[in-house]
Design a protein around this ligand. Structure first.
Ligand code: 4AD
Ligand code: MG
Length: 476
């Protein structure tokens, strides 16, 4: 039975015969093979006795080849590792032609690696990012389970547009060359697979709410889809969202939950992913050093993560934020692309980043936004113009969480839906939760990739998901 590199490096098998399987990272001096099997960022050094090894085998030990190594785990006298394998037998399981293999032991640009997304996870950076992604997902489930939440799988195919933004991908099996029409000339969805118009979900919230109104505390963690044409470093067309929903929680409790949850998952990876984080910390520091001094972050990746776990998020109302922005230097000097003149303006990412990175210099929770820039389901405040919305804003990322206390009053909700043209008939089941045993409740959505971005320090969201989907791009 073969044993993983992460196990071998613990050194517990010292002076024992072992078998290792993995991929060659480098082979130098016809003697030292660095093997990686994905279990850790670290390679294990395999030392071959080239005089007693078939030359035809050694010729095949190229970067990217898969090998099976048998030998003894011994203490290493060389620098950089405490143990190594004295190779007694090496077998090349799968060759890799060095002329063709794109992932050579040198620095590749992230653009190049994106085009080779099926192989990029064989690099240190991407394997570290993907191991962190996996650990973060585990921490998410662990947090909620520990806190009495139930995991709910909300539908991916849905008839409703939760965010009302109309940025949905259609799901159909109609023949697109011969679309059936009604007498009025409209698409006849009755003939479609589900007998109605359906889409890929933009959020599991509405269905999640119905479950919170029975199970008390729930969360979803699944893929969501948005057909918005945003080509930015923070937007994907397919991304994963974590959406807790809690009956009887008001907005303050919702903010506490968001803060506590984020701090927990970051603490988890700080404790459990030290090697990968140390690697990414060094990577980011190197990348930052190539930037002009004024654009460099004054904290390393690890310092940023610690900062978030150790400091409270600053809670600021939208109205206060507008005052700050209105009187800010960049606004007065007309440096914002979207100047802030009046209360009611929608905040752009430049404003969010100013508040977080320049003004407060810590994560910020903005709350009580104008009703007309937020979704229909948010609870109206007594002032009649703001809703109990909250956005958590992070340095380098901007919005990482969007959430709210929900409108639990049937009449107010109906009126709101009518005003913005949401069909009551479509959401009859959603309204039922307000008819039968309605209660104050709240929840939020955390964009998983934005969290992974923050934790890994990767600047482009396309580099924290295995196969990114973005406008004009669905390769692999
Ligand atoms: O603010 P959003 O649109 O909120 C909702 O969908 C609510 N229904 C959530 C809820 O209350 N249950 O999205 C939530 C988060 C954003 O804060 C952001 O982190 C992420 O989802 N997000 C995206 N991430 C990557 N690519 C995109 N196109 C994203 N759109 C939103
Ligand atoms: Mg939002």
């Amino acid at each position: 039975m073969h044993i993983s590199v992460v196990e071998l490096l613990k050194g517990e098998k010292l002076n024992q015969k072992i078998e290792l399987k993995g991929w060659v990272r480098t082979f130098r001096a016809n003697r030292f093979i660095a093997v990686n099997d994905g279990s850790t960022i670290n390679n294990i050094q395999c030392v071959v006795d080239f005089e007693n090894t078939d030359e035809s085998i050694l010729k095949k030990v190229n970067t990217g080849a898969s090998v099976c190594v048998k030998g003894t785990l011994v203490e290493s006298s060389g620098k950089g590792q405490s143990v190594e394998i004295q190779v007694e037998n090496i077998q090349v399981l799968g060759e890799s032609n060095p002329e063709e293999y794109p992932i050579q032991p040198k620095k590749h640009s992230f653009e190049f690696l994106r085009e080779n997304a099926h192989l990029r996870v064989r690099t240190n950076t991407f394997s570290a990012v993907m191991r962190l992604r996996s650990n973060l997902a585990f921490a998410v489930h662990q947090y909620f389970v520990k806190n009495g939440f139930f995991y709910v799988n909300t539908p991916i195919i849905t008839g409703s547009d939760a965010e009302g933004a109309g940025e949905m991908f259609k799901v159909t099996n109609l023949n697109l060359n011969e679309i059936p029409k009604t007498d009025e000339g409209k698409i006849d969805y009755k003939q479609d697979f589900f007998g109605k118009e359906t889409n890929l979900t933009v959020s599991g919230q509405l269905e999640g709410e119905t479950y919170a109104m029975a199970l008390g505390k729930i969360y979803t963690f699944g893929p969501t889809f948005r057909a918005e044409n945003s080509n930015t470093t923070r937007h994907l067309s397919e991304f994963w969202m974590i959406e807790p929903e809690v009956a009887f929680n008001d907005l303050d409790a919702n903010m506490d939950l968001a803060e506590n949850f984020i701090q927990y998952v970051i603490t988890y990876v700080l404790e459990n992913c030290k090697d990968d984080l140390a690697f990414l910390d060094t990577r980011l520091t190197k990348e930052e050093s190539t930037k002009p001094k004024t654009e460099r972050s004054n904290m390393s990746l690890l310092e940023k993560l610690q900062f978030v776990t150790e400091n409270q998020f600053k809670r600021v109302s939208y109205t206060e934020a507008i005052d700050i922005l209105k009187n800010s230097k960049p606004n007065k000097k007309k440096k914002f692309q979207f100047p802030i003149n009046d209360w009611g303006a929608d905040l752009q990412s430049e404003h969010e980043r100013f508040l977080v990175e320049k003004h407060f210099k810590c994560p910020v929770i903005l709350f009580d936004y104008p009703a007309n820039i937020k979704a229909f389901y948010m609870r109206m405040n007594d002032d009649g113009k703001t809703v109990r919305a909250m956005d958590v804003l992070f340095p380098g990322i901007g919005e990482i969480v969007g959430g709210s206390q929900r409108e639990e009053r049937l009449d107010v909700l109906k009126e709101k839906m009518k005003a913005i043209g949401v069909d009551e008939k479509e959401l009859w089941w959603y309204l039922d939760t307000r008819k039968f045993g309605t209660a104050v409740h709240s929840g939020f959505g955390l964009g998983f990739e934005r969290l992974v971005q923050f934790v890994t320090g990767m600047s482009n969201i396309r580099d924290v998901i295995p196969y990114p989907r973005t406008p004009q791009n669905a390769e692999f």
